[in-house]
Write a protein that binds this ligand. Structure first.
Ligand code: GLY
Length: 378
């Protein structure tokens, strides 16, 4: 077995770089950073201005417990999510120190809320499911929830507290990763073809590399024929002109969430739409987000709308990510709704794979071989 820092596969061609990373989003950058820390040279090829890139849109929730789903796939996603959430405090600290940019990890917990009897009953089922998983979430009376968050509407019916589910600011994380990686990131360099040991860029340039990693989000399917599709999410970003404090926890209710930032900004998300690569922001999408958020936090009506935008999550048929090797190319994609949460974990998994020290147990949960190349479960 090769020592850490040694390449597993040696290209027969003249190698310009140990690892060519296709994709300069949060996953690709984390992988590049972790690979470089293990002694590999890296070059990240970032596609440039492309509508629908997920990380600038993402709210940055680190919420494996509040997002835990029922069923076998849900249990696997939870394993990955908990392993990822454990890594975030040290990853955020390291990144902040290395880059000088605070990634704004906000450890203020999450409240999951119900507005009416149906939602209150659904919350009870959610709470019981988490108890069975050994992850108890305290039930709060509406008055207790309103004591923690006075801006909540008096009509609130039920609440769960998830104290360990936090958030981070993905724009600050990516700014930090770019600062740390410096000239190893080549902006505006989309790839049009990848193969083992080789990347062809849209400019016509071909780059030889010891290993190729594709972390191109929703566009990975096009490059590698994997069953990764874009899952559109619209968000509304608001700013409170009187500063922070209206809401301090991340709030989740039904399909909507509201994530506060330390500077008085808020992200309300997100729609889930099967519309291919469409990135239009629609009146209906924005209306539904604001309507639902307003019902629980009426004070948001005073806030300023700063941005409305849509991102494309890379989704897989079973909602689990794809991290592993396909035809001699390493791939890290399909993180769906959890790209920000899973990015540091994915960076560690990929760096382990590239240096001959793979975490077999966690990689087995993300194995590309579970799909055939036409997209069906193998
Ligand atoms: N992580 C939340 C979302 O994708 O909407």
């Amino acid at each position: 077995m090769p020592a850490q820092g040694e390449l597993v596969t040696v290209s027969q061609q003249p190698t310009e770089v140990d690892v060519a990373v296709v994709g300069g989003g949060i996953v690709g950058l984390f992988c590049a950073w972790r690979a470089r820390e293990r002694g590999l040279s890296v070059a990240v090829f970032e596609a440039g201005d492309r509508d629908g890139v997920a990380w600038p849109v993402a709210a940055g929730m680190l919420a494996p417990v509040s997002e835990a789903q029922f069923g076998e796939h849900g249990a696997r996603a939870l394993r990955l999510g908990l392993a990822a959430a454990d890594r975030w405090p040290s990853a955020a600290r390291e990144l902040g120190e290395a880059s000088g940019i605070d990634p704004a990890l906000r450890e203020s917990g999450t409240l999951v809320l119900g507005r009416d009897r149906d939602e209150a009953e659904a919350l009870e089922r959610e709470a019981a499911h988490r108890e069975r998983l050994g992850l108890p979430v305290p039930r709060l009376r509406p008055s207790e929830a309103r004591r923690r968050e006075p801006a909540l509407a008096p009509t609130l019916r039920a609440a769960l507290e998830v104290p360990g589910d936090h958030s981070v600011d993905p724009r600050r994380v990516v700014a930090g990763l770019r600062a740390v990686l410096g000239d190893d990131v080549r902006p505006g360099a989309p790839a049009v073809r990848v193969a083992a040991g080789e990347v062809e860029l849209a400019s016509g340039e071909t780059v030889a590399a010891g290993r190729v990693l594709v972390a191109a989000g929703a566009w990975t399917g096009e490059l590698l024929g994997l069953p990764v599709r874009p899952l559109k999410g619209q968000v509304v970003r608001l700013r409170d002109p009187s500063g922070p404090g209206l809401v301090t926890h991340t709030l989740r209710f039904s399909h909507v969430y509201l994530v506060p930032r330390a500077d008085g900004r808020y992200v309300i998300g997100a729609t889930m739409e099967e519309r291919g690569f469409d990135t239009d922001v629609t009146a209906g999408g924005v209306y539904e987000l604001l309507r639902d958020a307003f019902e629980l936090v009426p004070g948001i009506s005073e806030l300023i709308v700063e941005e409305t935008l849509a991102g494309l999550r890379p989704a897989t048929p079973d909602t689990l990510p794809i991290v592993g090797e396909v035809d001699g190319v390493v791939v890290a994609t399909g993180h769906g709704r959890d790209g920000v949460l899973l990015a540091p974990l994915t960076g560690d998994l990929v760096a382990g794979l590239l240096t001959g020290a793979p975490d077999e147990e966690l990689l087995a949960l993300c194995d590309p071989a579970r799909f055939d190349r036409a997209g069906a479960a193998a």
